[in-house]
Design a protein around this ligand. Structure first.
Ligand code: TXA
Ligand code: MG
Length: 313
């Protein structure tokens, strides 16, 4: 059921139930992060492997501090500058955080969502909320309440409707477990902004050894085959859809097309990205053709999502 009743959402969460919540990035499937039994319901509904750690949502830096054994200076600097916002920090966890929440890891991923609804819900609950994206494991992330309902059908939990997500891609995850901070997932906060504030950072798969648990090459995927091509490339046969940033001179040859930002604005493109992918996925196409985004700012995160959506195709 979709609701706008905050008290109802808080009551369910206090009773150990799941509630889907809006955030500025994507909708999350939330439970009391400190209650292992409640958290286990997230894994069951999402059909998510239990060694994939969850992100814990808190209302501010003080609540974040109550979950960790250390909070390095650079991490605090980022938190002060970008929370609430699309930034997740991985820090050493303390005993208050159940192993189930962190997939058995000694660290915990924490962020403060930039949306009034989850902030009010966390405040009223009095506990932090563990919430992965509210979609079945490996599928397209939801950016509206309706997406969540469509994804889970009759199994859907209570869904708090907070409108469509403004940022539209998941948070950027930065780990502070090693001496050099390391980006584990590209997302809604750009690397450029992070580097400007705290200096050089490592990036998983590039300079850093550490790997991000739960980051699979195939992820965020539509059911329709997705191919990343360049505009000059020949097209395969069949009914094709196009997903592109700001223009395509050949758009008329496609059965359906999604031009994410005709004015070339990456924020606008990110905000509509998953909805556009869903529409194409529902258009009974043989394949979705995607053209890459500029390799800077949010374009890097969008290219990452395209690559994961196209993997194994
Ligand atoms: O924007 C977001 O981050 C959204 C909204 C709902 O907040 N949440 C989200 O959660 O994208 P999810 O479950 O789809 O992604 C969580 C990812 C894991 O797959 C893993 O890569 C990383 O966060 N993660 C969580 N805990 C971690 C830890 N202790 N160490 C390293 N990575 C961790
Ligand atoms: Mg996810």
């Amino acid at each position: 059921m979709i609701t706008k009743n905050l008290t109802e959402a808080v009551t369910q969460l206090k009773q150990g139930q799941l509630v889907a919540i809006p955030t500025e990035t994507v909708y999350g499937l939330a439970a009391n992060a400190l209650d292992g039994k409640a958290v286990s319901k997230i894994f069951a509904l999402k059909e998510r492997p239990v060694d994939h750690p969850l992100i814990v949502h808190v209302s501010g830096i003080e609540q974040a501090k109550s979950l960790v054994t250390s909070f390095p200076e650079k991490a605090q600097k980022l938190a002060k500058a970008f929370w609430p916002g699309p930034l997740t920090l991985v820090l050493p966890k303390n005993d208050r955080v159940p192993d189930l929440t962190t997939g058995g890891m000694e660290s915990v991923a924490i962020r403060v969502p930039n949306h009034p609804a989850p902030l009010a819900i966390i405040e009223q609950c009095g506990f932090p909320l563990a919430a992965p994206s509210a979609n079945p494991f490996g599928r397209i992330s939801p950016t509206t309440a309706l997406h969540v309902e469509q994804s889970f059908g009759s199994e859907a939990p209570l869904i708090f409707d907070g409108g469509s997500c403004q940022v539209g891609v998941e948070s950027t995850i930065v780990s502070f477990l090693d001496e050099t901070p390391c980006v584990l997932r590209l997302g809604g906060l750009t690397i450029e902004e992070i580097v400007k504030l705290i200096g050089p950072i490592a990036q998983v798969g590039k300079t850093a050894k550490s790997i991000a648990p739960g980051m699979l090459p195939q992820h965020y995927a539509p059911r329709t085959r997705l191919l990343i091509l360049e505009e000059k490339d020949p097209l395969p046969a069949g009914k094709l859809g196009l997903l592109t940033f700001n223009h395509a001179s050949n758009k008329e040859v496609f059965q359906a097309y999604e031009i994410l930002s005709p004015e070339g604005n990456l924020e606008e493109a990110a905000s509509g990205f998953y909805s556009a992918l869903r529409r194409l996925d529902e258009a009974s196409l043989d394949a979705i053709i995607a053209y890459r985004f500029p390799d800077k700012g949010l374009g890097k995160a969008l290219n990452d999502r395209l690559e994961r959506a196209s993997h194994l195709n």
